[in-house]
Design a binder for this molecule. Structure first.
Ligand SMILES: [Cu+2]
Length: 482
């Protein structure tokens, strides 16, 4: 570290006059923060375009209450979106803010030349560097830091996209957005609050605690969801910063009409899920035909429900019943009675505990993680705009104390419709949770309603049995046997 800084001052006086294409019209690139994309370039001739990108090391959040020190291009993850045109000469400036602690550089995959610019842009804090390149190939390219340890600089958020717009631009669309997936190696597991240092061990083991879009779980949910109107065509510029994982990018409830596979020039039509390699990209396009919320995911799906790779696009403008009817019918159904209920043989419950109203906390926690955490999150904190909190939930405490049958029914039958939890409105769908024995449910509900600031009397196995009968009796009298 010391040696690097000592060796650098000579760089500040190193100025190589660039002889390339000095006669071209001059222009300064407009850079945008995610999820926005600079407007299409309308000029029809090459220009000499100046790009200025500043490296900022800053404290941010990987998820609600999870602090992490990000290293960024421009203060966001991913860094600023850069748009130039095929044939442009790009004069590239990298500034390293004086408050940063480390040297950084940039390797742009859009560059033809050694290291993609890495050696030419190696810059100490409080310095800036310049190099110039010609954008020879059109397409969508990742850029990233390539300073040792390279993996760590990328893992901390140092990546973004540069789009080299082809001389014949893609057809005009109504909206363009910028989304980049990344895997993060915070020491604590997903959702563990407080300051989380980078874990080199996790990174080498390729065992991320977070896999997210645009630098944090929740960057594209609730108020920050992407937006579109029925009838519009949307183009997503998708990248994957890695550093390790390959993304199986999918939008739940949509089919990509067109994909420029790997960010190149060829298209594939009618695609459900497209692979975005680490250090790669894709351009996907689709027309939105009916309203609703469409969920962006990495279809390696545990990453979505347990590590954060979930974004949303909210489409307004009315439903189109020809395309999608909504639920048309829900009536009782009785299958062949001879088909047995499938249940795994149960391990005997720890003697007397649940029956006596005492709960094994480890069993409660395990049941919570297997059945609830994927939506209500690891520590019951919920996900803004999508899943209400169970931690210190006024709603949960109310029903756990005053209306215990409703809590049991919430789990067994699910729930939907508007509800207000701790002053915030939610309007989602909780699907029924199946396969819990009376003992399990007693253990789980006692645990949940006495965690994270909640308080309620313990549930016994016998109470659960009665409440289950009430729930089943009230909801489906026709299905009661004999
Ligand atoms: Cu760096």
């Amino acid at each position: 570290m010391k040696a690097v800084l000592l060796a650098l001052p000579q760089l500040s006086v190193l100025v190589v006059a660039s002889a390339i294409a000095a006669e071209l019209p001059l222009e300064k690139a407009t850079l945008t923060e995610p999820p926005y994309v600079p407007p299409p370039i309308t000029r029809t001739q090459p220009a000499r375009v100046t790009v200025e990108l500043e490296v900022i090391e800053k404290l941010g959040q990987l998820a609600d209450g999870v602090d992490y020190v990000f290293w960024t291009y421009g203060g966001t993850v991913p860094g600023r979106f850069i748009r130039v045109r095929e044939g442009d000469t790009v004069e590239f400036w990298l500034m390293n803010h004086q408050n940063n602690k480390l040297p950084h550089n940039i390797d742009l995959h859009a560059v033809t030349g050694p290291g993609g610019g890495a050696a030419s842009t190696f810059t100490a804090p409080g310095h800036k560097s310049r190099f110039t390149f010609k954008a020879l190939n059109p397409g969508l390219y990742i850029y990233h830091c390539a300073t040792a340890p390279v993996g760590m600089h990328i893992a901390n958020g140092m990546y973004g996209l540069i789009y080299v717009q082809p001389t014949t631009p893609l057809p005009k669309v109504d909206r363009e957005y910028y989304v980049v997936q990344g895997d993060f190696y915070a020491e604590g597991d997903f959702g563990v609050k407080g300051g989380q240092p980078f874990s080199m061990k996790r990174a080498i083991d390729e065992n991320p605690s977070y896999v997210v879009f645009n630098g944090s779980a929740g960057s594209l949910v609730g108020d920050r969801a992407l937006k579109a109107k029925v009838g519009e065509t949307v183009r997503l510029f998708i990248g994957n910063g890695g550093p390790n994982l390959v993304s199986s990018f999918h939008v739940i409830g949509e089919i990509f009409d067109k994909v420029y596979t790997e960010g190149g020039s060829r298209t594939q039509d009618n695609v459900q899920t497209t692979i975005v390699p680490a250090g790669g990209s894709a351009i996907v396009e689709y027309k939105v035909d009916t309203d609703g919320t469409y969920i962006l995911v990495d279809h390696s799906i545990f990453r979505t429900f347990n590590k954060g790779s979930l974004g949303m696009m909210k489409v307004e403008g009315g439903s189109n019943k020809d395309v999608y009817s909504g639920k048309e019918l829900d009536e009782s159904y009785l299958g062949d009675e001879s088909v047995a209920t499938a249940v795994l043989p149960q391990k005997p419950a720890p003697a007397g505990k649940a029956a006596a109203g005492k709960v094994d906390p480890a069993a409660g926690k395990a049941l919570y993680q297997a059945n609830c955490a994927m939506c209500h999150q690891q520590n019951g904190e919920g996900l803004p705009g999508a899943f209400p909190p169970l931690a210190a939930s006024d709603f949960l405490n109310q029903i756990a104390n005053k209306n215990r049958v409703e809590l049991v029914s919430t789990v067994l039958k699910g729930r939907s419709g508007k509800i207000t939890v701790n002053g915030k409105e939610y309007n989602g769908i909780m699907t029924p949770v199946a396969g819990l024995s009376d003992t399990d449910l007693a253990t789980l509900l006692t645990w949940v309603s006495n965690q994270w600031g909640n308080k309620a009397p313990a549930f016994t196995k016998d109470e659960i049995k009665k409440l289950r009968d009430t729930v089943n009796g009230a909801a489906a009298p026709a299905a009661a046997p004999h």
